[in-house]
Design a protein around this ligand. Sequence first.
Ligand code: DQA
Length: 142
Amino acid sequence: RKIYVLNGPNLNMLGTREPEIYGYDTLDDIAERMEDAAGRAHVEIDFRQSNHEGHLVDWLQEAHAEGAHAVIINPGAYTHTSIALHDAIKGITVPVIEIHLSNPHAREPFRHKSYVGMAAKGTIAGFGPMSYMLALEAALEL
Ligand code: DQA
């Protein structure tokens, strides 16, 4: 079983990017923790990041074509803008779990709408890097 973990724009800057909001863990730290947990559960993690919307669309389609067990996605700011990601998720059968480090509903109004959340199976937000681990736990139960 393989679980894709897709990360959108600016998440490569974790650790130094607005740490008061996103914390000091880097994306590599998070990837490592997820891979450890996945190894214990005997699943494979494919962990990726891109600043480009189209790459995220391609990877969602790839996860579907490859018969992935689930996709966990932190779409970054594309969460709030991307009809392309919404449509990509609608167009595939693999379950998609939306995650966020912060709680977008407790932040600026422009973060309150999620095109991804409207298409996802469910959303986990506001728990920092633990959002990723909780999503993995949910994905394993699917
Ligand atoms: C984020 C929340 C988004 O609103 C923001 O644009 C991000 C990160 C989060 O993980 O909290 O880039 O997805």
